[in-house]
Structures are given as structure tokens and as C-alpha cells.
Design a protein around this ligand. Structure first.
Ligand code: GLU
Length: 336
């Protein structure tokens, strides 16, 4: 007999598996004389990759009308995506709101490159709680317990790696605090946890997602709260951080809601991309909004108004304002 949380887990796993297949199918289609639009996402087991696949699926459905062929690429994650947008190697990307802020302002990881004034926010998406998962036998129940443990900090270029560095600095820690530090990608980390190669993994990601589902079903592991004065200070001093919770009951053995902090996932582009192309993406998502929300369980709670009001620190792309005005969702143009 399955418990209701096991059934939920099976349902989520099925939806997530089907979605991954969808994203591949979109990429394999090939039609000549169309404009190719690339969307940078993240690792195969996160939310960004199936989300990019969901956006492309809706865009490609209207290809005969607008001539755009949308492709969602798996990438290293937020920081790498923002560099690719800046370099003109990618047309759109899903990125964390904290790294959108820093890329636009030329701060933190982007200080050396300076501000990317061509960066534009298209809309924000789901919340991404900073998520720590530990082996149940590791004795880790608080973030402080990670000291002297083996942890996966994530691959360079990922949002979680960059955000973890911010957290460590706020706490006055360095990577020397840990017994061992691995740099595995999100797609590799659940297995490393369950093989007992690391005691804990860290992922800034929407829920539910395949990576954490795997980490909590292939072995016994627990979500760890991330709270305390350093986190409060971060949330108070930075506009792009909020207190956040990971709902209980999404993963096997994790029934309680877990407090942490988080960011928003956002869709960004560059002023270099033709406005009409971006408009077609905005239209495809919002014209088919209920369907879009049903394409991944982490998107289920999206709200159109919040998507243009929160998480966007680069200027909002004019196409978003145009769509919202045309459809009467807002009365005045969104600020450029
Ligand atoms: N937030 C992660 C990053 O930017 C990716 C999360 C996901 O793939 O869903 O690197």
C-alpha cells in the first residue's frame, strides 16, 4: 500500500519524466527557414530545463504563424546563462533574480565585467528556496551542522554555487569550514548523496524537482532549515532575497514545512533580440497560461501580476508591457 505522500511522489516523478522527454522532442525538430531562438536553462534534473521545454513547446506550436523555432538548452545554470546572454551566445535564459540583479548592476560575480545594460527582464517565474538536503544518518539538522562535513557546493556557473558563496560570506565562513567540497552539477548530486560520497547537497531550485525527488527516494535524506541572524540580515539588506519555505509532503520522509530563504526564477533576454521575437514568447506563455502552469508542478502557483511585479531588477522588456496592455491585464505601460 502506498501512503498519500508516496502517491504524490510517484505522480510528480511521472510528470517530471514525461516533461524531460518533451524537452528533448522539441530540440530534435528541425525546420528550415525559421528563426532559431535559444533559451538557456540549467541541469537536466532541475526545473529550468523542463520549464524551458514548456515555453518552447508553446512557442513552437505557432511556428507557422511567427516563424520562430524555440530551443531549450541544458546549461551550467544562472551565472553561466547571464554570461552567455551578455556574450550574445544565447537569446533568452532562465536565471535567479539575485544574479539578474548583479548582472544588470555589474556587482558581485559580475563586478569585473561591469553592468550589462542590455539585459532585460521578461517576467519572473516560480520561487526558488535555497535548499539543503542531508543524509538522514549524517546528524545534520541545521545549517551550522554542515561544518566539518562533506558537501556538494554545485558546479561553477550555477546559481546555487554563487548564492552559497554569498551565504558563507554572510556567516563569516569559507569553504575551509567543510571536511570536503565537491563541485558536482545538480544532475549528479543526488547520486553522490545516496552513494555516501557527500553528507549534504545544496540546490537553489523550485519544488518539486527531480533532483531532490531522487535524493529523497534513493536513500533516506532530510531537508535542512536555513535560518538565523545571518540569513535575516541577508533578507533585510537585499531586495531580491525573501524568507521562503519548502512545503511539507512533497518528498518521501519530509512531512514538515522547512523554513529557509529564497529568490525567484526569472526569464531574461537582451536588447539585441528583436522585440517581436520576445513578444511571441510572452504571448505564447500568457495566452496559454493555464496550460503553461500545468506543464511542471513547480509552476502550478504562478500569477500573472506577480510575474511582472516581483523578481525583475533589470528593466522590464517592452514586449511584456505591450502584451499586458493589449490584453487589458494592466492599465498603464510597464516601465522601460
Ligand atoms: N537556480 C539554479 C541555477 O540557477 C537552477 C535551478 C533549476 O535548474 O531549476 O543554477
Amino acid at each position: 500500500m502506498c501512503s498519500s505522500s508516496q502517491l504524490l511522489g510517484i505522480f510528480i516523478a511521472t510528470v517530471l519524466t514525461v516533461l524531460s522527454g518533451t524537452a528533448y522532442a522539441e530540440q530534435e525538430q528541425d525546420i528550415d527557414n525559421t528563426r532559431v531562438l535559444t533559451i538557456g536553462t540549467g541541469s537536466l534534473t532541475g526545473v529550468y530545463y523542463p520549464l524551458g521545454g514548456a515555453v518552447c513547446r508553446l512557442v513552437n506550436r505557432e511556428r507557422e504563424r511567427h516563424g520562430i523555432r524555440c530551443l531549450a538548452d541544458s546549461t551550467e545554470g544562472s551565472v553561466s546563462n547571464l554570461n552567455a546572454i551578455r556574450a550574445g551566445e544565447m537569446d533568452m535564459a532562465v536565471v535567479q533574480s539575485d544574479w539578474q540583479y548583479h548582472a544588470y548592476h555589474g556587482s558581485s560575480q559580475f563586478e569585473a565585467q561591469g553592468p550589462d545594460q542590455d539585459l532585460r527582464a521578461v517576467f519572473s517565474l516560480h520561487s526558488e528556496p535555497f535548499t539543503v538536503v542531508a543524509r538522514a544518518d549524517s546528524g545534520i539538522t541545521l545549517f551550522d551542522d554542515l561544518k566539518d562535513k562533506r558537501i556538494n557546493v554545485g558546479n561553477p556557473g550555477s546559481g546555487q554555487r554563487a548564492t552559497l558563496e554569498v551565504v558563507l560570506e554572510a556567516m563569516g565562513w569559507t569553504l575551509n569550514e567543510f571536511a570536503q567540497v565537491l563541485e558536482l552539477s545538480a544532475a549528479e548530486q543526488a547520486q553522490a548523496l545516496c552513494d555516501n560520497t557527500v553528507d549534504a547537497i545544496i540546490f537553489t531550485v523550485g519544488h518539486p524537482n527531480r533532483s531532490i525527488l531522487e535524493a529523497t527516494t534513493a536513500c533516506d535524506s532530510v531537508l535542512v532549515p536555513v535560518t538565523g541572524p545571518a540569513i535575516d540580515e541577508l533578507v533585510q539588506s537585499r531586495t531580491y532575497y525573501t524568507h521562503a519555505t519548502i512545503p511539507g509532503g512533497l518528498y518521501r520522509g519530509n512531512v514538515e514545512e522547512i523554513p529557509t530563504f529564497g529568490v525567484k526564477a526569472t526569464l531574461v533576454t537582451s536588447t539585441r533580440i528583436p522585440e517581436e521575437t520576445v513578444y511571441q514568447v510572452v504571448k505564447a506563455v500568457f495566452d496559454n497560461f493555464d496550460e503553461f502552469r500545468s506543464l511542471h508542478p513547480a509552476l502550478a502557483d504562478l500569477d500573472k501580476q506577480i510575474m511582472i511585479q516581483e523578481g525583475n531588477s533589470a528593466p522590464l522588456h517592452p514586449s511584456t508591457g505591450r502584451y499586458f496592455l493589449e490584453t487589458g491585464i494592466i492599465d498603464a505601460p510597464a516601465p522601460e
